[in-house]
Design a protein around this ligand. Structure first.
Ligand code: DHB
Ligand code: FE
Length: 311
């Protein structure tokens, strides 16, 4: 069908009615966004001549996405979450904010409520035969290099199967395995004693992987560790590091890799004295630079629904 109907009065009136634009009631922002997104969809249907079969396949895809609980996973996989980072980076440049550790996506697998320890936390609770010990440590500073005291550094990562605690389909992990929080002292230092993660893959039968398959894309991430870093004087940083040497570092399905976020992995000995499961261990030094509040406020704080648990 080549007939174009989008610009007709009938369709434009339908869009206005669907978003209730002519009424003063309702949430004005919800109405504005709904009207625009629906309009863009209708226009695309016309432009690409989408068939009813294609539309119904799409509608039912949303049902599967919800049933699988994967909407936030899909947001990462289709680059939507990366796009938000690109926009926040641009806003920072416009506001002349420079010098902080680069942000990168949060992903959907954070769990709030990890116990906060002073300076150091050992966060591997459950045994994991296939994972060797890893120490991640560094200093939290402001852009002028001064240590930030009382910063809370949170980290979370997958085990040797690529599964995150709380979301692990095998049930092999306690809620806060491989999740921790450390409060920095006057020296700004933090340290996590943990196990080496491997990369995450989307659930193979899930809605996200289904769409990726149709586009001949994989749903895998390189091995990585997530961070939230908060302090009452600085803006919250959401970031990740990748594990150096992972072949997927520049082929991450969630587009989270950044040049500055691939620190070196160093081989060390002396793990026994640190309480690690072997004397030989790997160490990553990751120093974190926070940027100051803007007029006393965190101008880019992201609020989104997050899971929480009690340790
Ligand atoms: C997804 C998984 C992750 O571990 C992550 O960090 C980001 C995204 C995902 O499945 O979308
Ligand atoms: Fe992740």
């Amino acid at each position: 069908m080549s007939a174009k109907v989008f610009a007709t009065k009938e369709v434009q009136d339908l869009l206005k009615a669907a978003a209730n634009l002519d009424s003063p009631e309702g949430n004005a922002r919800v109405k504005e966004i709904t009207h625009r997104l629906l309009g863009d969809l209708f226009k695309a249907i016309d432009d690409l001549d989408m068939t009813p079969d294609e539309i119904w396949a799409g509608v039912n895809y949303f049902n599967k996405l919800g049933k699988d609980g994967e909407a936030a996973l899909l947001a990462a996989g289709i680059g939507l979450e990366k796009y938000l980072d690109i926009r926040m980076d641009a806003a920072d440049r416009e506001a002349d904010i420079h010098g902080g550790t680069p942000r990168t996506i949060e992903g959907p697998l954070y769990v709030a409520g990890a116990p906060v320890r002073d300076g150091v936390s050992k966060i591997d609770i459950n045994p994991d035969e296939d994972a060797g010990p890893l120490v991640i440590r560094g200093t939290v500073t402001s852009p002028d290099g001064k240590p930030v005291a009382n910063a809370i550094v949170e980290c979370w990562h997958a085990n040797s199967k690529g599964f995150y605690s709380h979301f692990d389909p095998t049930g092999a992990q306690n809620d806060f395995n491989l999740r921790g929080a450390v409060r920095t002292g006057a020296d700004g230092k933090y340290e996590f004693r943990t196990l080496m993660p491997v990369g995450y893959g989307c659930p193979p039968q899930g809605a996200t992987q289904q769409l990726l398959d149709a586009m001949a894309r994989h749903g895998n991430r390189p091995a990585h560790v997530h961070f939230f870093v908060t302090s009452d004087k600085m803006r919250k940083l959401t970031t990740q590091i990748n594990i150096e040497g992972d072949p997927l570092i520049w082929d991450d399905f969630a587009y989270a890799t950044r040049e500055e976020l691939v620190p070196h992995v160093i081989e060390k000995t002396g793990g026994a004295a640190l309480g690690l499961k072997a004397d030989a261990y790997r160490e990553i030094e990751f120093d974190i630079v926070l940027t100051p509040l803007v007029e006393g406020k965190d101008n880019q704080l992201v609020n989104r629904p997050r899971v929480s648990a009690t340790a």
